[in-house]
Design a protein around this ligand. Structure first.
Ligand code: BTN
Length: 257
């Protein structure tokens, strides 16, 4: 069943996030539509929403499996000050984890920097694409994919590494409720991120990466060590075998057993 936008709107308590919705039944990627919207001056908080993506994109050039009518695929157009840009990588996964908690009794964890997991399997991922003009953010596109009512255990290619709310909960949840919770949480945290350390602390408290032996890959480099901490900007601080510390801004973590 397609999303009921009226029921979504009734549940929204935001001032600007999701107050303008561009809704598509099918599109290659909401990121591309959001980029065109942003270029045309779309107001901050515009949400591009699709029932299905035929070429959904993940991080590191991967695909994001996006079947119709079961999950949530959205991209938010934001224009944060440059100093708050990196907080988006904390706001988005934390808002998603809290939204899932709001509509279920599940308590998702976060794998640094912004994968949302349950039982080690990925429930949600985000992709942030930013256009700068010198030191000014022209716009930032925060793409979120959340597996809601997907019968993912039937998908042999990803069943081992990915999950959905339905799989974890054993029943379906309302996508309108989940989306409204996500937009409400997002705005609350986005505004809070400009005011102090609370968002960072809440994000850090959900990280399942800290204290673990990890391998971090980024571009052609791989670093190994213990994930000792995260700094206020969200970078990972790795303690290497020789005792030295390395601060890593971005990358993909593999947790070592
Ligand atoms: C990842 O974990 O690799 C990021 C996944 C991001 C997927 C979302 S779905 C909505 C938006 N449109 C896309 O093509 N990708 C993002």
């Amino acid at each position: 069943m397609w999303l009921d936008l009226r029921s979504l709107e009734e549940r929204l308590s935001t001032d600007f996030v999701g107050r303008r919705i561009v809704y598509l039944t099918s599109t290659p990627s909401t990121q591309d539509i959001a980029r065109a919207e942003a270029e045309q001056g779309a107001p901050e908080g515009t949400a591009v929403l699709a029932e299905e993506q035929t070429a959904g994109r993940g991080r590191f050039g991967r695909a994001w499996v996006s079947p119709a009518g079961r999950n949530l695929y959205l991209t938010l157009v934001l224009r944060p000050p440059l100093a708050r840009l990196r907080s988006l990588s904390m706001v988005a996964p934390l808002a998603t984890a809290l939204a899932v908690q709001d509509v279920s009794d599940l308590s998702p964890r976060i794998k640094w920097p912004n994968d949302v997991l349950i039982g080690g399997r990925k429930l949600s991922g985000m992709l942030v694409e930013t256009e700068l003009s010198g030191q000014t953010v022209r716009y930032s596109l925060v793409g979120i994919g959340l597996n809601v009512n997907y019968d993912i255990e039937e998908e042999s290619e990803i069943a081992g590494i990915a999950t959905s709310v339905k799989r974890e909960l054993g029943r379906e949840v309302s996508r309108e409720e989940a989306l409204a919770a996500l937009l409400n949480r997002f705005e609350e945290l986005y505004l809070q991120a400009g005011r102090g350390a609370e968002v960072h602390q809440a994000w850090k408290a959900r990280l399942e990466t800290l204290g673990r032996q990890v391998k971090v890959s980024f571009r052609d480099q791989v670093h190994e060590g213990v994930a000792e901490d995260v700094d206020p900007e969200g970078s990972l601080i790795l303690r290497r075998a020789d005792g030295s510390l390395l601060t890593i801004e971005a990358g993909e973590v593999t947790l070592r057993q």
